[in-house]
Write a protein that binds this ligand. Structure first.
Ligand SMILES: Cc1cc2nc3c(=O)[nH]c(=O)nc-3n(C[C@H](O)[C@H](O)[C@H](O)COP(=O)(O)OP(=O)(O)OC[C@H]3O[C@@H](n4cnc5c(N)ncnc54)[C@H](O)[C@@H]3O)c2cc1C
Length: 379
């Protein structure tokens, strides 16, 4: 029997291999083990999904994303994992994690996908389509397939096996690729904000970063390279170039410090080191609020509206995901099949769908794999 070939044994490829009937598919993985990225995800505990899920948590075509998520949403995923003995733990920000370690979800997927042939240490180099079948050229052999599923992920974290093969295959088969860029990643700084590097190791809780129409709330971390932390990572998803605005004190009411005899650095709810440095940068003397001139107060209010233009990002080596990818208007959201080449499918991060922090990218990998599996089962 001519098999289905799945390129990539990551989150989406393993889920697809698990869902297909036994002995139907060959998974080709360039690493020496499957699920390498899953194992390091969520700080080693894998943030698998989120209780609050909709297309608005993603950058990409909203209708396409809704169509796919609807067919296998967070509840369907939780049930699927529970049926295999893995009950996820609910944590802050509506996130679901593995109880102890990401190894738990990887072993569920490995067990379920072991009914297929899994080829390790074998890299796909090229694909050709003849009349009725595909020829997959790997570092070891040429494999014939009746269908090919590109589940090769994005460009981030090359040390974990990331390659551009998915994009190359897509282009070769006539698909267009939307601009690729690292996302869910820290920002490097321009000279004007180099003072922030001196704050390396400090963090601020619950800042609000505005990028265009989007507002990203979460902690901000100062690092020796620039700024990072959940709010920054989410902001990087929506940032193209130009300025972002940081509110270091969302919900803070200036009224509450009028009349106080204490200096502002002791009254503002920010770490001492951070507020001292920000005041210096904004040229605001550390006095009582009442003693500040109007101009000094106006500069102080800048803490709630601090504009900075990142120099760039920390790049693919540090990015959790790649934004951009295979254009979804050339893929069918009911099957994940290419509209250009019969039998060619795309799932997971290789597509131009990128989720926010919080389990959304793995949910996407699993939902798109499910939709593809249902379509392949009918063929
Ligand atoms: C450090 C880190 C932490 C993360 N944490 C989370 C999290 O907690 N929650 C969340 O939702 N998302 C998280 N993500 C993102 C998430 O892991 C990815 O979006 C998801 O794994 C994408 O699934 P995928 O199947 O598309 O690609 P991948 O899981 O990357 O799998 C692609 C596979 O294809 C293989 N491959 C590539 N090219 C070839 C080739 N030519 N031949 C053969 N094999 C090939 C790769 O080796 C890889 O194993 C994290 C990412 C990183 C880097």
């Amino acid at each position: 029997m001519i098999p289905i070939v799945i390129i990539g044994g990551g989150a989406s490829g393993l889920m697809l291999a698990s869902l297909l009937p036994a002995k139907n598919a060959i998974v080709i993985e360039s690493n020496s083990k499957v699920g390498a990225k899953l194992l390091v995800s969520g700080g080693g505990r894998c943030n698998v999904t989120n209780e609050v899920l909709s297309s608005s948590n993603y950058l990409g075509d909203q209708d396409f994303i809704s169509n796919v998520l609807r067919q296998f949403d967070q509840n369907a995923l939780l049930r699927w994992l529970e049926a295999r003995g893995l009950e996820l733990v609910y944590q802050k920000n509506h996130q679901y994690f593995c109880p102890n370690s990401a190894k738990e979800i990887v072993s569920v997927l490995v067990k379920d996908s072991s009914k297929q042939t899994i080829l390790l240490n074998e890299k796909v180099i090229d694909i050709k389509k003849n009349n009725d079948y595909f020829e997959i050229n790997t570092t070891k052999q040429i494999i014939k397939a009746k269908a090919v599923v590109v589940a090769s992920g994005g460009l981030s974290y090359p040390v974990l096996g990331a390659s551009d093969l998915g994009y190359i295959v897509a282009q070769k088969m006539g698909h267009r690729i939307n601009k690729l860029a690292p996302a869910l990643v820290g920002f490097t700084l321009q000279k004007e904000q180099f003072f922030m590097k001196e704050l390396s190791g400090s963090s601020v809780n619950n800042v609000e970063i505005r990028v265009g129409q989007k507002s990203c709330i979460g902690d901000l971390l100062f690092t020796h390279k620039g700024i990072s932390g959940p709010s920054v990572l989410d902001a990087s998803l929506y940032w193209e170039k130009g300025s972002i605005t940081i509110d270091f004190l969302p919900n803070f009411r200036w009224k509450s410090i009028i009349g106080s005899k204490k200096n502002i650095s002791t009254l503002l709810p920010l770490p001492k080191r951070v507020i001292k440095s920000l005041l210096e940068h904004l040229n605001v003397p550390d006095k009582t609020f009442d003693a500040l001139t109007k101009d000094e107060r106006d500069r102080l209010f800048g803490l709630q509206n601090y504009s900075l233009a990142p120099a760039g990002t920390f790049g693919y080596n540090k990015a959790e995901v790649t934004k951009g990818g295979v254009r979804v208007d050339e893929v069918d959201s009911h099957t994940m099949m290419s509209n250009k080449v019969d039998g060619l499918y795309f799932i997971g991060e290789v597509l131009d769908v990128t989720g926010e922090l919080g389990g959304y990218n793995l949910q996407w990998a699993f939902s798109s794999a499910y939709v593809c599996a249902e379509a392949l089962k009918l063929n």
